[in-house]
Design a protein around this ligand. Structure first.
Ligand code: 3PG
Length: 306
């Protein structure tokens, strides 16, 4: 049985070696499709795959139609908005993610981006510090919790809002839990986004939220570009010269933002949050183990298309 690793943005080699070990020890064959540039390559590679490990790779109806033997897709990572769950279910394919496995890497990058931005992108001019500043964590999941842990070391005053996480859970970590996103954005000069891209969250970070951020506002996005209402973010940045947007995920309007908001806009050229050897090993090997226990024992822990 063929298990395919299909990663347009490849894992570190050490992670691929670990995945291979798990898959081959279970008696399956590992195939690799890395750094592919055309969808046709993916459609060809999935033809005889029983299982696929992916990252942000798009797994849509065309892929499911081409993958006649497919039983399981594991997204090595947290967000699975790149997989069409309705089509997966219609094809009888189980979809899983590997929650928490890459969250420290993303959290470290969020703080790294904040430091980079408050120090004026290391351009030699005097910047500011994070100590004593108010940080709002929007969604207190695995990444949000790690952001809180690291931000404590910087001496930041930490707030969080999560529509699904009980306030007691947040406050147990010494983080102040707020009742609404509105309150979070009104309170915090720095906001770090950790919401998934869903029908409810897409375009939800809009003018009405951002306009109330305190002076010297900085919005840091290591989540998804789809959650931002880009037109309204640009309106704020046009109105407020104190507003900074720092992102790991390049917006559609990147060129325009770069031109208009020089010095207070930055985007990584490619999403890098989870691009560490440790995160690749954790998420990649977890994905391989989940596939083996699904194929051998029918274990559906971490299934996301119930
Ligand atoms: C995730 O959802 O796990 C992160 O956004 C990382 O995505 P990546 O595997 O595409 O880097």
């Amino acid at each position: 049985m063929k298990v395919l690793v299909a990663t347009e943005k490849p894992f570190a080699k050490i992670a691929v070696d670990g995945i291979r070990k798990e898959i081959e020890a279970a008696g399956y064959e590992l195939a690799l499709l890395e750094k592919y540039t055309e969808k046709g390559q993916l459609l060809d590679a999935v033809k005889d795959a029983y299982a696929i490990i992916i990252r942000s790779d798009i797994i849509d109806a065309e892929v499911f139609n081409a993958a006649k033997e497919l039983k399981i897709v594991v997204r090595a990572g947290a967000g699975y908005d790149n997989v069409d769950l309705v089509v997966a279910t219609a094809h009888g394919v189980c979809v899983m993610n590997t929650p928490g496995q890459n969250s420290n890497a993303v959290a470290e990058l969020a703080l790294g981006l904040m430091v980079y931005a408050v120090r004026n992108f290391y351009n030699g001019t005097s910047g500011t510090e994070l100590l004593g500043k108010k940080l709002g964590i929007h969604a207190y999941g695995n990444v949000g919790r790690n952001v809180a842990r690291i931000a404590k070391g910087f001496g930041m005053e930490i707030y969080a809002y999560d529509a699904f996480c009980p306030k007691e859970v947040i406050e147990k970590d010494g983080v102040k839990a707020l009742d609404s996103a509105e309150e979070l954005y009104k309170t915090c000069q720095f906001v770090s986004l950790h919401i998934p891209a869903t029908a409810d969250t897409k375009n939800s970070i809009d003018y009405s939220l951002l306009k109330n951020m305190p002076k010297g506002a900085m919005l840091v996005n290591t989540a998804r570009k789809e959650v931002i209402n880009e037109a309204e973010l640009m309106k704020i940045m046009e109105e407020r010269t104190d507003f900074k947007y720092i992102t790991d995920i390049m917006p559609a309007a990147h060129e325009e933002m770069n031109r208009k908001f020089a010095g207070r806009y930055f985007s990584n050229p490619k999403k890098m949050g989870a691009q560490t050897a440790e995160a690749n090993i954790n998420a990649g090997i977890a994905a391989a183990k989940q596939i083996v226990s699904f194929l051998k024992d029918g274990c559906e822990k971490f299934r996301v298309n119930k």
